[in-house]
Design a protein. Structure first.
Length: 166
């Protein structure tokens, strides 16, 4: 019983850490692909998890892609491992409800919400499980990938990492 009063104090630092861990960034390059791709292409990704944890506001830019851009995603997977699609960022494949990917150089932006999470079910994330996506991002096991016609598995990629949390 005397330790029950300490429980809220033990949980407070975890909540404060999550509240501060809202901004993420990625510098996309070919050498982060699996297997590595030699390309002059590059890109940047920035994301901010909303204060209430219900949305992710993002901006993706890419340039000098060798192939025609076909799609971009957030995937669930640790560094140097390919994982399943969690969220579509853009697509030129006629994917319903997904914005088209403009030709490079380009910048797109959007908001990811629970309805945008498509999985990957085979990795334990069901469609709509937004909290699982946020947990993966905060745990460092999510990456951004831009796929092209020349490199269908992805031409540029990077793990999401904590950014400026001002």
């Amino acid at each position: 019983m005397k330790y029950a009063a300490l429980l809220p104090l033990l949980l407070l630092p975890l909540s404060a850490a999550d509240a501060q861990n809202r901004n993420f960034k990625a510098t996309l390059v070919g050498f982060q692909e699996v297997p590595a791709i030699s390309t002059a292409a590059g890109g940047q990704f920035q994301a901010r998890i909303s204060d209430d944890g219900a949305a992710i506001h993002y901006q993706l830019s890419y340039r000098a892609l060798e192939g025609a851009v076909s799609m971009a995603h957030i995937h669930l997977g640790q560094k140097s491992v390919n994982g399943g699609i969690a969220v579509w960022l853009c697509s030129n494949l006629g994917t319903p409800g997904v914005q088209p990917c403009p030709a490079p150089p380009a910048t797109i932006s959007g908001i990811v919400m629970a309805a945008d999470v498509v999985g990957p079910a085979g990795q334990g994330v069901a469609a709509g499980e937004f909290a699982e996506l946020v947990r993966a991002i905060r745990s460092g096991v999510a990456y951004v990938n831009v796929h092209t016609s020349l490199h269908p598995g992805g031409e540029i990629r990077s793990q999401l990492s904590p950014g400026n949390n001002d």
